[in-house]
Design a protein around this ligand. Sequence first.
Ligand SMILES: Nc1ncnc2c1ncn2[C@@H]1O[C@H](COP(=O)(O)OP(=O)(O)OP(=O)(O)O)[C@@H](O)[C@H]1O
Ligand SMILES: [Mg+2]
Length: 402
Amino acid sequence: TGIPKLKIGFNKVFGYYIEVSRSYTDSVPDTFTRKQTLTTGERYITPELKELENKILGANERLLVLEHQLFSDLLTEISDQIVRIQRTASAVAQLDVLAGFAEAALQNNYVLPVVDTSGEIEIKEGRHPVIEQMLKGSLFVPNDTLLDEDENRMLLITGPNMAGKSTYMRQNALIALMAQIGSFVPAASAHLGVVDAIFTRVGASDDLAAGQSTFMVEMTEVAEILKHATRDSLVILDEIGRGTSTFDGMSIARAVVEYICENIGCKTLFATHYHELTSMDQDIHGVKNYNIAVKKRGEDITFLRRIIAGPADDSYGIEVAKLAGLPGSVTKRAHAVLRQLEANAPGRSNTMQLDFETVEAYNNPSVPSEVVDKLHSVDIETLTPLEALNFLYELKTVLDKE
Ligand SMILES: Nc1ncnc2c1ncn2[C@@H]1O[C@H](COP(=O)(O)OP(=O)(O)OP(=O)(O)O)[C@@H](O)[C@H]1O
Ligand SMILES: [Mg+2]
């Protein structure tokens, strides 16, 4: 056009336009169509410019169409190869897991377990793979385990609070699990008969929204285990019967141990604070007592973390409560209450075995024969409500007399 200063601009009303300053408007060719007049010049459009404008403004839309086309082409191409791709992904995943096992084994000093169908679990210097990582500055104390299908089917583990019972039981469950998924295990040596399942009942929790109290949750879990465990299962019972009265809890715990030994025969680790249960090794074949050693000097206890054969002598609950920071006045008072309780229950010493007849009597209080007789002779069908009320009153009077 010979015009030295042509400018192309854009606005929302006219789209792209060519702007020419006033002094050159005479040189504008006929092909330019004037669209807008400004104080400084004129704006024009041309058919070519409008064509370009359409291309530019439609680019985004065409971009999306193109992208979608490319994507669906890719999908078609992939779906032709889907079997190969999935096989490769699965191989890479397996490799990833195995490489992870290898790395963990090397870094954490794990050992190759012998896995067979012997039904035995024999672990030398087993460790808890997670807790040993968390312990900073102090070393994890390794412990041995022997479980079999005969004399060592049920390990009854007692010992003070904080001694390491839960840790020990879970490390055995973890080692069994790790061995069966193909990993090396945290131990000096490990021989594991394959288990068909690992059942655990651990800790205290409730599920209020689902209508389950703490004790209800605990018992529901125990019920599941008793229903589903087999002779080949490994069962971890970390303190059962704790969330109810001592006698109720102890009775449930004992009955559960008996049921497992007599009806299931699974390998079981059972931790409890009921020292009274430790006499069961006398009565039930397969029950072995173990405890986790502590050293007591005066008021202080040192945790040795070593599992040893035999029952524990005490729970040291009050000492551990003191360690946890319970106010001195509270622990002192607790000691006084404990002394009083022990004095009132002669024979409740550390070595005492609970008299299970006492438990029986507590759970099934005897009913006076007069009450039984009256109940037998009454004919409920013919009683009027008022007579029923009087009858109830009569029974209560007899009971109160007793
Ligand atoms: N073998 C071990 N070596 C080093 N530390 C350990 C060992 N076992 C347990 N511990 C430490 O002791 C803490 C308490 O252990 P754990 O919870 O197993 O005790 P517990 O006997 O079950 O106590 P409670 O009767 O109160 O349940 C663990 O959190 C862990 O830090
Ligand atoms: Mg515990």
